[in-house]
Ligand binder design. Structure first.
Ligand SMILES: NC(=O)C1=CN([C@@H]2O[C@H](COP(=O)(O)OP(=O)(O)OC[C@H]3O[C@@H](n4cnc5c(N)ncnc54)[C@H](O)[C@@H]3O)[C@@H](O)[C@H]2O)[C@@H](O)CC1
Ligand SMILES: Nc1ncnc2c1ncn2[C@@H]1O[C@H](COP(=O)(O)OP(=O)(O)O)[C@@H](O)[C@H]1O
Ligand SMILES: [K+]
Length: 505
């Protein structure tokens, strides 16, 4: 699914109106119906709703939602942020329809008393959407502060009001929503870590915008959804043997950090690698051989850290390096030797990235197509401090092109920068995955996909989607609190099965 800017979203609306002969007001009604269905499915008959509307089309959506909720017998109150001007054409039409339905409007703004909101009230934020120009000030900022300070659950329509779809909103007043219901496709501003406190959980609602426009309009970013993941997935061949799916090598683990190697190894095998060798410090021998009997073990000369490379790296079809390895001088030497001798793309994570950050001279040695998996702190250590996540995305794209590598900037919607083409944001995953070890699972999975011959971009897109999907399946059986990275490993099979063509094979 493509991710469009606010301007492109407006064009998408206009194109849909022109090409499908649906009127603008009817498209707004469709958007309001989709939101109303979502609200009715989530909240019981006793829940009162208070809609806060601006005077643009986002406010028009809010008025239409109020009318539809009222028609279903729900208690609704509506406040309009007054600016003394006429509303948009569709806002005014919905104002007339709401008055006909007998729902009163109250004004909020300078000099007016704030409405009372009971403890059970759900607030619907329809103040500003994609038409926002600059940070909110004056009365608009006051309403946002009033609502954020009130402690009621807020559902934002299209965008949390005050959030810019295309640029950083850091510092400006922005609604802090529990859920955001957005139309057609996500917007970049909703996907970045810095927006997390405003967007809450994001839901993309289909309102029947033109698929032709989406297909023919180039976009800077794409959303890695099930369709995109399926398009990259290659089913296993019936006559396959273990050699068909590659020999992965994991350089992982250290004294006290053998768990990282175990999780990466399990994920690599569950990710489909035909053979796996783990090269780890000697102390890891009993650990790995007991917990992952399917993997072969190559001991390092050192008891506690990685200091040497296995002979003949060309034997391996993919190499993953980093989980739990530490950053000692000896391990740095081992990584340097690996970069100098590897002739295939590598997966680099965790301490391998920290070593690169301390030794930037090693970066040009990265084999083309290598995959780097920094979280934001590791990213800043590698490429310098950044003021916003928008800036990180820009740097990730520039560095991916300069290094001819793939950079996964990990987060709730992991960003995937490739050397050419669009950037990608992942759609799967949840807060249960915020636990040490989730990244090790991703490294193992990436290594497995590279070992099986997936091109690096395909491996990256498929791995982040499967990793998050496994988390989404696992959290259904667990909870956000109790989810373990090993639960992700256990559900990788179920995640893969979502991609199987029907009938299969
Ligand atoms: N046919 C369409 O175009 C559709 C539009 N839809 C809705 O329409 C929204 C976009 O509507 P609009 O383009 O009218 O824009 P908005 O309603 O998002 O915002 C425009 C209004 O906000 C005011 N405004 C903008 N920036 C401000 C600032 N910094 N401080 C104070 N006031 C500010 C403008 O003066 C104007 O009144 C979408 O987000 C979506 O909710 C949906 O109904 C789907 C269909
Ligand atoms: N709130 C979240 N929503 C979705 N995915 C998450 C969330 N928190 C963590 N993850 C995922 O879990 C992984 C964590 O990786 P990382 O920060 O390197 O942790 P570790 O220390 O376990 O290696 C990443 O792939 C990230 O995308
Ligand atoms: K809004």
């Amino acid at each position: 699914m493509k991710i469009f800017s606010a301007a492109q979203t407006r064009d998408w609306d206009a194109y849909s109106i022109a090409q499908t002969s649906i009127r603008s007001i009817d498209l707004m009604e469709r958007a309001a119906e989709a939101c109303t269905r979502w609200l009715l499915a989530r909240y019981g008959a006793d829940t009162p709703f208070h809609l806060f509307c601006g005077k643009g089309n986002n406010g028009g959506d809010g008025l239409a939602i109020a009318r539809l909720l009222h028609a279903r017998g729900r208690r609704v109150a509506v406040s309009v942020l007054e600016n003394g001007k006429d509303g948009s054409f569709d806002f005014e039409e919905n104002r007339r329809r709401l008055a006909q339905a007998g729902v009163p409007l109250q004004a909020v703004g300078p000099g007016l008393a704030w409405p009372l909101l009971s403890a059970e009230t759900v607030v619907v934020d329809a103040l500003f959407g994609t038409g926002l120009k600059g940070p909110l000030q004056g009365a608009a900022a006051d309403v946002v502060r009033f609502l954020n300070g009130h402690g009621r659950a807020i559902i934002s329509i299209d965008l949390p009001s005050g959030l810019d779809a295309d640029a950083s909103s850091a510092g400006g007043p922005v609604i802090r929503a529990a859920h955001t219901l957005t139309f057609g496709a996500p917007k970049t501003g909703q996907l970045l870590q810095e927006s997390g406190a405003f967007v809450g959980l994001l839901h993309v609602l289909d309102i029947g915008l033109s698929p032709a426009f989406a297909a023919q309009t180039p976009a800077d970013y794409e959303f890695v959804d099930e369709a995109l993941a399926r398009s990259r997935f290659r089913p296993r061949q019936p006559f396959a043997h273990k050699g068909t799916y590659g020999h992965a090598l994991l350089l992982a683990g250290g004294y006290g950090k053998m768990g990282a190697a175990v999780m990466a190894a399990l994920a690599c095998l569950r990710g489909g690698a035909g053979l796996l060798t783990c090269h780890s410090p000697r102390c890891g021998y009993p650990v790995l051989q007991t917990t992952v009997p399917e993997a072969m073990f190559l001991p390092d000369d050192s008891e506690e850290q990685l200091t040497t490379l296995p002979a003949d790296l060309d034997r391996y079809t993919a190499i993953g390096i980093g989980p739990g390895i530490g950053t000692s001088t000896e391990t740095t030497g081992m990584l340097k030797a690996c970069l100098e001798s590897a002739r295939r793309p590598l997966v680099l994570d965790a301490d391998a990235l920290n070593i690169l950050a301390r030794n930037p001279g090693l970066l040009p040695l990265l084999p083309e197509g290598s995959i780097l998996t920094p979280h934001p702190k590791e990213f800043d250590r590698l490429f310098g401090a950044h003021a916003s996540d928008f800036d990180r995305v820009t740097t990730a794209r520039a560095q991916a092109a300069a290094l001819q590598c793939i950079i996964l900037l990990k987060g709730h919607h992991t960003f995937i920068a490739t050397p050419a083409g669009p950037g990608y944001f992942n759609s799967t995953g949840n807060a249960g995955m915020a636990k040490g070890g989730s990244g090790d699972v991703l490294t193992g999975l990436l290594t497995a996909l590279l070992a099986q011959g997936y091109a690096p971009t395909d491996a990256a897109l498929l791995a982040v989607w499967l990793h998050g999907k496994a988390g989404d399946i696992a959290v259904e059986k667990q909870s956000y609190e109790s989810l373990l990275p090993t639960d992700l490993v256990a559900q990788l099979g179920a995640a893969f099965r979502c991609l199987y063509p029907v009938p299969f094979p």
